[in-house]
Design a protein around this ligand. Structure first.
Ligand SMILES: [Zn+2]
Length: 92
């Protein structure tokens, strides 16, 4: 199911839920039963917060061309301490 927008000349815009791909160019107005033309509007992606949109784009990009690294990225690193049992190991 998808929501399609229609605009009645007398009553204004209204939404109709129909199966995807079955929306006719004209639909009867639910108020005055007059003909209403289908209205095309951009999907609501502009209402998506920038952070969410950029993460979504990054996720989609990673499907086709994932970011590849050639070495471990530099970081703080974990301080290495000798294992506490090391002094008790037999020496040869
Ligand atoms: Zn109407």
């Amino acid at each position: 199911m998808a929501t399609y927008e229609y605009l009645c000349g007398r009553c204004g815009p209204f939404d109709v839920r129909l199966a995807i791909g079955t929306a006719p160019a004209d639909h009867g107005c639910p108020v005055c039963t007059g003909p209403a033309r289908r209205v095309y509007s951009p999907p609501g992606l502009t209402l998506t917060p920038h952070t969410v949109a950029s993460l979504h784009e990054r996720d989609e990009r990673s499907r086709e061309a994932p970011a590849v690294v050639s070495e471990v990225p530099p970081g703080k690193g974990v301080p290495r301490r000798p294992h506490p049992a090391l002094p008790r190991l037999p020496r040869s």
